[in-house]
Design a protein around this ligand. Structure first.
Ligand code: PEP
Ligand code: MG
Length: 756
């Protein structure tokens, strides 16, 4: 029996009794400090609580002067208590006053105490208070005493997080740190403003029983929980399926390693020996690990913290028999979902109407969940570091998917400012909706085709909602990216048929798989390349490994029986590549005929113009293709040699640069000469000023994101395209710089009563 550790267990039990008394929060807190002091044979025990104004306030003391309670405060950068809160680490000193951080508060009368032991009161790895014991005599606190005090601090953490101490704070302090107003910034992923309340995708386990009566039983529970955890990880690895959060095999391997890690398991057992239940021990150890790793700058270590967090969470759920992720049908109204990361399928399961926004700790704009969030029109902010540890379920929260800002527990004036912003946005959407059934005809009677970009089934209702005249770019790889495994030919055919069915009479242009580069299929082996954007991707893979492209052609031909089929090829760099892919397509069509099966009534095979080399072979290309669609996202990337995914350089070159506009201008001219249609499907066409420039250059067909359709249609209907052409060409001939052209176009828009 570990004699020294019986003490904390007795203390914890007594604390549990005090906690359940019907006394006021202050009275219970006062009793708690007396109990701790006597149990630890200390003359002083004090509780400091972190406040919303970033200071620490003395909330209760045994031993220091009572008058100092709710009077003594210190800044986070002040004193030993401030140091413990900042570093979230225990501090044990036998001669406290000689420590450089010691600061003397005369009203407390603490100058007579030599020894000092303080531990942080932790919540999600952040210090929300500090618990201190002091002794008159110089002495060294044992490791077991430090442990015991840390365990005791957990009880206080529950009290603070439960909101019981809010009413006690000194007036004007804004309450405890749990009520702190926070502004965090991340990466805007899906535009829109969301106001609501925090809902954790992976809910925290609420630990109801901190204190255990029978440690042996808790050790057995822990052993059984760990065993089940290991078995479930092994199962996941063996089944080859993806787990709900979308983790890869690497992460599972890391899980497996931690789950067998002796050090971790030993620490859990030690925590149980101090008197905690198995679940409280997991929480306690994880909180310490978080506190230490959160302050690490090494990205590798921080990554491991996430993995350990996940694992601890799974173990907690295992021990308490609760589900790991929120049941999709349990989503409350006005929910802003907060997650470390999430698989696209999990997001699709939530009820869209209750969801006001999504915040992700990880996950940038190109993550699969981000693609789905955009498709569903859910305002989303990604890459918000540490957000899960900083919010509590039910907290008020506002997110701005445009700027990437996240406001936690916002003050009332900010709430009303954002509510106004959201109302304005809704009113503008209403105006755009009114244009839905009106044609995109310019003031001088020039018709412009406005289609939409899509990549998922959930995108398709936008056809009706926006009044888009078709899908000008269906990114088939997105269907593949959110699928749990490679869709086989039959499944693909069924999907494509559904899409064509929903679109009805409106044309759908399917782009063949544009994978590689940053578009990775989770179930295919990732190939490491020095320059993935210039590497083995899109049609290059299709030609080198024909089975994939052939299957897709076959599925598309099957899906469009007796109907019109439009297919286009991405990343074509040479005329010969187009010819080779077309030959493959025609062979598949011929095969259908040979088998006596009907094929599409009409076929249009087009090419994406997104590699500059094709610009210098336009005549030949237009002679052979049925249509051309310009992918300005990639064309810009390759023309200016600027990585579109690299934030350092991505916005370095303006698409309104004369060199780019002149390159583009040749395309509609040749298209007209050859009598073949051309459209633009890159983001450029969805931006108002850029769209004006494109209209001025002679483009008359766009395919853009659904959210841009209303604004661009309103723009087309307001302008005189003849005047616009004259303006753009005169500036181009003069070699006008992009900033100048932008200003001129903005002025032109303003003169047409257009406000962006
Ligand atoms: C483009 O490159 O402009 C384009 C539309 O394709 P994606 O953005 O999918 O590469
Ligand atoms: Mg592209």
């Amino acid at each position: 029996m570990r004699g020294g550790l019986v003490g904390p267990r007795v203390l914890l039990r007594r604390l549990r009794e005090v906690m359940s008394e019907h006394a006021s929060a202050q009275a219970r807190l006062d009793k708690i400090v007396v109990l701790i002091a006597s149990n630890m044979v200390a003359e002083v025990c004090s509780v400091y609580v972190a406040r919303a104004d970033n200071t620490l306030e003395l909330y209760a003391t045994e031993g220091l002067k009572r008058e100092a309670v709710h009077l003594t405060t210190m800044r986070m950068d002040e004193g030993l208590v401030g140091l413990i809160a900042r570093e979230a680490q225990p501090l044990s000193l036998s001669d406290a006053q000689s420590h450089p951080a010691f600061s003397y508060k005369p009203e407390t009368g603490e100058e007579i105490y030599a020894s000092f032991l303080g531990v942080p009161i932790l919540r999600g790895g952040n210090a929300i208070g500090v618990l201190v014991v002091q002794n008159r005599a110089a002495r060294t606190y044992s490791e077991e005493e430090v442990e015991a005090l840390q365990t005791t601090a957990m009880v206080l953490a529950e009290m603070i997080a439960g909101g019981e101490l809010e009413a006690l704070a000194r007036p004007g302090s804004g309450g405890t740190a749990m009520r702190r107003v926070l502004t965090l910034s991340g990466q805007g992923i899906a535009d829109g403003v969301g106001l609501g309340h925090v809902v954790l995708h992976e809910p925290r386990v609420e630990i109801k029983n901190l204190v255990a009566d029978d440690p042996e039983r808790e050790l057995q529970r822990l052993a059984a929980g760990l065993e089940q955890l290991r078995a479930s990880i092994d199962d996941l690895m063996d089944s080859g399926a993806l787990i709900p959060a979308g983790e890869t095999r690497d992460v599972l391997e890391t899980f497996r390693m931690f789950a067998r890690d002796r050090g971790w398991v030993h620490r859990l057992q030690e925590a149980i020996h101090t008197g905690l239940t198995a679940e409280a021990a997991v929480e306690r150890v994880q909180s310490d690990i978080r506190a230490r790793l959160l302050r690490q700058t090494d990205p590798y270590l921080r990554e491991r913290l996430h993995d350990l967090d996940d694992l601890a969470n799974r173990l907690l759920h295992q021990l308490t028999g609760t589900a790991f992720t929120l049941a999709a049908d349990k989503l409350p109204e006005n929910a802003i979902l907060v997650a470390r990361t999430m698989g696209p399928a999990a997001l699709l399961e939530y009820q869209r109407l209750k969801l006001r926004g999504l915040v992700l700790e990880e996950g940038g704009a190109t993550s699969h969940v981000a693609i789905v969030a955009r498709a569903l029109g859910i305002p989303t902010v990604g890459k918000v570091e540490g957000v899960i540890g900083l919010v509590e379920p039910g907290d008020a929260i506002i997110i701005d998917g445009g700027t990437g800002e996240v406001h936690v527990r916002p003050p009332v004036d900010l709430q009303s400012a954002y509510a106004e912003k959201a109302r304005l946005r809704a009113r503008r959407q209403e105006q755009y909706r009114a244009l839905r059934d009106r044609p995109a005809l310019s003031k001088d009677g020039v018709p412009v085709e406005i289609q939409m970009n899509a990549g998922l089934l959930v995108d398709l209702p936008n056809l009706d909602e926006t009044g888009a005249t078709g899908v000008g770019l269906f990114r088939t790889e997105i269907l593949f990216m959110v699928a749990p495994s490679l869709p086989r030919a039959q499944a693909q055919e069924a999907l494509y048929r559904t899409i064509i069915d929903i679109a009805g009479r409106r044309p759908v242009t399917f782009r063949t798989l544009d994978i590689g580069g940053d578009k990775v299929l989770p179930y295919l082996r990732k190939i490491d390349e020095e320059n993935p954007a210039l590497g083995w991707r899109a049609v290059r893979i299709g030609l080198d490994r024909p089975a994939l492209l052939r299957t897709q052609f076959r599925a598309l031909l099957g899906a469009a029986r007796e109907r019109e089929l439009r297919v286009m090829l991405p990343m074509v760099a040479t005329f010969e590549e187009f010819e080779a892919a077309r030959a493959m397509f025609l062979r598949e069509r011929e095969r259908l005929r040979r088998l006596g099966q009907s094929g599409p009534k009409q076929v249009h095979l087009g090419v994406m113009l997104e590699v500059p080399s094709l610009l210098f072979d336009l005549e030949r290309v237009f002679d052979q293709v049925d249509f051309v669609s310009i992918g300005t996202n990639d064309l810009l990337q390759f023309m200016f040699a600027v990585d579109r995914e690299n934030p350092r350089v991505a916005t370095r070159f303006d698409p309104l640069h004369p060199s780019f506009l002149k390159a583009l201008a040749r395309v509609p001219a040749i298209a007209t000469e050859k009598g073949k249609p051309v459209s633009i499907c890159g983001e450029m066409a969805g931006k108002p000023i850029e769209a004006l420039a494109l209209l001025g250059l002679g483009f008359r067909a766009f395919s853009i994101s659904p959210s841009n359709i209303g604004p661009i249609k309103a723009l087309v209907r307001a302008v005189d395209i003849g005047a616009l052409e004259a303006l753009v060409w005169s500036r181009l001939e003069r070699g006008s710089d992009p900033a100048r052209l932008r200003a001129d176009l903005a002025e032109f828009a303003a003169a047409h009563d257009l406000a962006f």
